[in-house]
Ligand binder design. Structure first.
Ligand code: GN1
Ligand code: MG
Length: 373
């Protein structure tokens, strides 16, 4: 048994989980927290849980983080019940520890939390069946709808200015100037690509401050692998990774889904010739998303959906580049150049989106018209 296994067993006691632990599997998805599927056997009955070690470098206040998650999931549970759904499968349920907090502190100041594992579901990193991407658009659109009457002012900003691209750009400039680990000279092409798009950074930020776009309660990290799909129906039934649910723009959620899911390659594909924006996947997602969220979106939001795909991809690219220049202090990496590879993939995708923006706009307008009929 290794240290992690011992810590998981200790955590189980804090959360009052009975029975004996029969299996622990690491779940590799996610660049921030460490996640495990843990199976317990209680009197012959197996129960699956999700154990997570919270990255407190990123989420420095676990009380505020869990306050957000517990209140958002309570709201979702109520709504799902009202709509005749199954709250045990359609949202996460976090367990309180013995002291009533939704995390337990163990070992070397590690903060652990536990929630139910939704059985008979799968998650994916790439799309093999385009219908599944349509279903993911429906699922994220519905998530936004379910939170439409949630009071965003009760939420803490778990990461301030998370999608403020202007501030992300400033952080990149600081990283270039500081050049903490001497990598700037080798990434001049990437730096030039990023700096050339400075003007784009303020577009959404300025529209928010001028009241031109509605601030909603959004997920803010809508990667394809943050949806659980039902194994029998392929429908996106449960949205996970709720750490960054905060007031935000619908465009953040839409754009980030396209960044990750409509890319014909993985987020960290080294062969850039494989990276492109699939217009057919874009079409699938936009139709699904508009079907469930479309009626509440403003004309301006709909018009900006293609641009948001570019911006969220660009923003993620500059975050990877910033982290590479800072010496990989934020995202988990598997090898030294991982963040640089991720940045190059994002920038390749930005370039392809720029070439396809007008086609994306046509597809969006058609999907919006179909949705109105
Ligand atoms: C991180 O934890 P994960 O892998 O779902 C990051 C997102 C990035 C994403 C890039 C809290 O998400 O913002 O878009 O990596 N989450 C945080 O893959 O920074
Ligand atoms: Mg996340």
């Amino acid at each position: 048994m290794n240290d992690v296994h011992e810590t998981i067993l200790a955590a189980a006691k804090h959360f009052g989980i009975a029975g004996s632990c029969v299996d622990i599997q690491t779940i590799e998805a996610g660049h921030i927290n460490c996640t495990y599927k843990v199976v317990f056997n209680e009197n012959g009955i197996q129960k699956n849980y999700l154990f997570q070690k919270i990255n407190t470098n990123v989420f420095s206040d676990p009380d505020k983080l869990m306050h957000n998650i517990v209140s958002v999931t309570a709201h979702l549970r109520k709504k799902i019940q009202e709509n005749g759904g199954d709250p045990q499968r359609e949202t996460l349920t976090f367990l309180p520890a013995a002291d009533g907090k939704y995390y337990a502190v163990l070992g070397q100041n590690e903060h652990w939390r536990v929630c139910n594992f939704v059985d008979n579901t799968y998650s994916c990193n790439t799309i093999e069946n385009e219908e599944v991407f349509y279903n993911s658009g429906v699922a994220f659109g519905r998530f936004q709808q379910l939170l439409a009457d949630f009071d965003g002012t009760t939420l803490y900003e778990t990461i301030p200015d998370f999608h403020n691209t202007k501030k992300r750009f400033e952080a990149l400039k600081t990283a270039i100037q500081t050049d903490a680990v001497g990598r700037a000279a080798d990434v001049q092409d990437e730096i030039a690509f990023a700096l050339a798009r400075e003007n784009d950074c303020s577009v959404l930020v300025d529209m928010i401050s001028q009241g031109e776009l509605p601030v909603r309660v959004t997920h803010n990290d809508t990667k394809l692998n943050n949806i659980l799909f039902d194994c029998d129906t392929n429908k996106g039934i449960c949205i996970v990774d709720l750490d960054t649910v905060m007031p935000g723009l619908s465009l953040y959620d839409f754009g980030d889904s396209i960044r990750f899911g409509a890319n014909t390659a993985a987020e960290d594909e080294k062969d850039l010739s494989k990276v492109s924006l699939s217009l057919s996947l874009y079409e699938k997602y936009v139709s699904g998303y508009l079907r469930s969220a479309g009626k509440s979106l403003t004309e301006k939001e709909i018009l900006l959906l293609p641009f948001s795909s570019k911006m969220m991809t660009y923003e993620c690219g500059i975050r990877f580049l910033t982290d590479y220049l800072n010496g990989d202090t934020y995202f988990k990496i598997q090898y030294p150049a991982h963040n640089l590879v991720r940045c190059r993939t994002q920038f390749s995708l930005v370039a392809d989106i720029e070439r396809k923006l007008s086609q994306m706009s046509e597809i969006t307008a058609k999907a919006a018209a179909d949705n109105r009929d």
